[in-house]
Design a protein. Structure first.
Lengths: 259, 211, 224
């Protein structure tokens, strides 16, 4: 695949915390508009991939490319050499990427509307009126039009997570990262969040990378599923194939444990 | 300008004052530690007719300046030596801080501990001595250490009732030899040298007891 | 006592002046302390080790050398270096430096207590370091600062009588004059303690209201 058609490319990416290696020379390519789900036992490095992409962590080795350009690194003084990206380099580029967190991480000191309006106004420089109009549309999309003035702490977990989705979409990201977005929710609240995400997946051509234990959701939205174990991809394939007929024993064991 | 010889000459006087400062801190803190515990226990477990006035009085002492308290007691209570009176006033003032520290520590002992004691029919004395206070100590030691350091830095107040502690000595030396710069800088250095390591120790203690 | 009340009446204007000086020293000292607390507290969380180290050094110095020595040093020793400050300026400077150093620990602690996840959410929205601090971290940290700041403010008020030792005509200074002119020692000091207690209560109530407002703004429990 030509690199400009790739939304994300991990080039031999290694991530270590002290002596502990989480990712070991990982190669990974995600096409524009592709929906990819990462599955695997906890501690297998799935969430680390999302956190590296969101620049919440820095790579130990290797380079991450986004939209065909170096992302974790930038050109150094010597032509052809890449050096770790500066905060300024990252600031300009991470706007392409949005993220929804397991624990929602809404800003408790702002109303629901202000949570969604904050970044478009202060990061993208949109006018407040325009940003608020769009925020209301997005909150309508996630079914929370009546909660615009509420404080996040007054909402249920499912409602908070739907606000977080609207907040991420307000930045018009090309790539959306979903990090176990239903894991912190009570079972009866999971469906409302997944329904919203299915809706987003069907209505837009956004590139999706998600980490989840919800196999039904993974099957509905993903083009491709990657099975992780020990910091490596041990199996990958179209959603139906991988879920129905996994070839690896470890994948079978994992799928058996989450169903 | 700074005069090295004057500083060397002032050093013995300042250090002599430091000895007094140290003794006043140790004695004052002993008074505060014991009286503070008594105040906390009265407020926590004493009869209401005693607990309420004690709380009010402690609040008053805590909210008014130590300097004014020293002046007032010095003038109103004749017959006591200045150092004794200073240590007592310092001790009582800090006892009102420490009683809050003790109260917080006691409140931090989980309710289940009290319930277990009731279930075992332990006598009240035993509950406090064997169960509650030993557990409260962990919470209480670091803030006690911090208050000891801040009491140390407040002892110069005793100079207003003619106790010859370090700042008093530095002041006297400074005025008689016209060497304020040297004598007060020395006093500042001695405070820093004594209180910084102590603060570091307290922080270590805090980190260790946190587990 | 019979002589005291008329004397008190005659001295009232001077006492009012003294009260004003005490309030002035408290307010100016607290304002300076607040500015220093923010500057030193934020600098001591800097990513650059030299900046962080320098901030820590300043904080440890002013915490470690005792307010009393700092005040006397500014009043007696600084003139020997050729700088003479007004007594009130010495007092405000000493209060500001000393309590600013203590306050910086409050700012540092409160900023550190805002969950890391809040910063991560802000990064995920493309917010840069300054914007994150201003829009996300500080508004939440403020709610945690008010209660410890209240204690420091009361401590600062209680430290202001010290200024009378370097000839600042504050409340303590004026009442001490009243005491020596009337000989009514007990009444004078009781009045003085009562006035400080009243000031402390007023400050306390004000800060409590501020704390409720800050918590409500930060979206914490107990808020509206």
């Amino acid at each position: 695949m030509p690199t400009e058609d790739l939304a994300v490319r991990f080039d031999r990416v290694t991530k270590r915390y002290g002596d502990h290696t989480v990712l070991d020379g990982l190669d990974l390519e995600v096409a524009r508009g592709e929906r990819v789900t990462l599955i695997g036992p906890s501690g297998s490095g799935k969430t680390t991939i999302l956190r590296l992409l969101m620049t919440l962590e820095r790579v130990t080795d290797g380079v991450i490319h986004v939209a065909g350009q170096p992302f974790s690194h930038m050109p150094g003084r010597t032509p052809g050499k890449l050096v770790p990206a500066s905060e300024r380099h990252l600031a300009g580029r991470r706007r392409r990427i949005g993220m929804v967190f397991q624990q929602f991480n809404l800003f408790p000191h702002m109303s629901v509307l202000d949570n969604v309006v904050e970044a478009p106004v202060h990061v993208l420089g949109e006018s407040r009126d325009e940003a608020a109009r769009r925020a209301r549309d997005l909150l309508e999309l996630v079914g929370l039009a009546d909660k615009v003035d509420a404080r996040p702490t007054r909402l249920s977990g499912g409602q908070q997570q739907r606000v977080a989705i609207a907040r991420a979409l307000a930045m018009r990201p090309e790539i959306l990262l979903l990090d176990e977005v239903t894991s912190a929710l009570d079972p009866e609240l999971v469906a409302e969040v997944l329904d919203v995400l299915r809706d987003v997946a069907h209505r837009t051509d956004i590139t999706l990378l998600c980490v989840t234990h919800e196999m039904g959701f993974a099957r509905d939205v993903s083009d491709r599923i990657l099975m992780f174990d020990g910091g490596r991809i041990i199996e990958s394939g179209p959603a139906d194939e991988l879920l129905e007929a996994p070839t690896e024993e470890r994948t079978r064991a994992f799928l058996g444990s989450v169903r | 300008m700074w005069d090295g010889e004057a500083a060397v000459a002032a050093l013995p006087t300042v250090l002599e004052g430091f000895g007094v400062t140290l003794v006043a801190t140790v004695l004052g803190f002993a008074v505060a530690a014991v009286l503070g515990l008594a105040l906390a226990l009265i407020q926590r477990a004493g009869p209401v007719w005693l607990a309420l006035p004690v709380r009010g009085a402690a609040g008053f002492v805590r909210s008014t300046p130590l300097l004014v308290q020293l002046f007032a007691v010095w003038v109103l209570v004749p017959g006591l030596d200045a150092p004794v009176l200073g240590v007592l006033v310092l001790g009582v003032h800090y006892a009102t801080y420490l009683s809050e520290v003790y109260r917080t520590g006691i409140d931090a002992v989980p309710k289940g501990q009290w319930e277990a004691c009731t279930a075992l029919s332990l006598p009240r004395r035993r509950v406090w001595r064997a169960v509650v206070l030993p557990q409260a100590v962990r919470k209480v030691l670091p803030p006690l250490g911090n208050y000891a350091v801040s009491m140390f830095k407040e002892t110069p107040l005793l100079s207003v009732i003619t106790v010859h502690e370090m700042v008093h000595e530095a002041n006297t030396y400074g005025s008689t030899h016209f060497a304020y710069l040297e004598s007060f800088t020395l006093a500042a250095a001695v405070f820093l040298l004594a209180s910084w390591p102590t603060s570091v120790l307290v922080r270590r203690l805090e980190a260790r007891l946190a587990h | 006592m019979a002589d005291f009340l008329p004397e008190l009446g005659r001295a009232a204007p001077r006492l009012a002046d003294g009260l004003l000086v005490t309030v002035e020293a408290t307010v100016l000292g607290a304002a300076l302390a607040l500015v220093l607390a923010y500057a030193l507290g934020l600098l001591s969380r800097s990513a650059r080790p030299p900046v962080r180290g320098a901030a820590r050094l300043v904080v440890e110095f002013f915490r470690g050398t005792s307010l009393y020595v700092q005040l006397f040093w500014l009043f007696f020793a600084l003139p020997m270096l050729g700088f003479r400050l007004e007594p009130l300026a010495c007092g405000v400077l000493a209060l500001g430096l000393n309590f600013g150093a203590y306050g910086s620990e409050v700012v540092r602690g409160a900023v550190a207590a805002v969950p890391r996840a809040q910063t991560e959410a802000a990064i995920a929205l493309g917010m840069g370091p300054a914007l994150r601090l201003r829009r996300v971290v500080l508004p939440q940290a403020h709610a945690l600062m008010v209660a410890p700041f209240k204690n420091l403010l009361i401590q600062l008020l209680k430290a202001t009588p010290l200024l009378s030792l370097v000839t600042v005509p504050d409340l303590t200074f004026q009442i001490d004059q009243l005491r020596s002119s009337t000989g009514a020692t007990a009444a004078s000091y009781l009045l003085l303690l009562g006035l400080y207690f009243g000031l402390a209560v007023v400050l306390s109530l004000g800060m409590n209201a501020l704390e409720r407002a800050a918590k409500a703004r930060a979206g914490q429990e107990g808020g509206v």
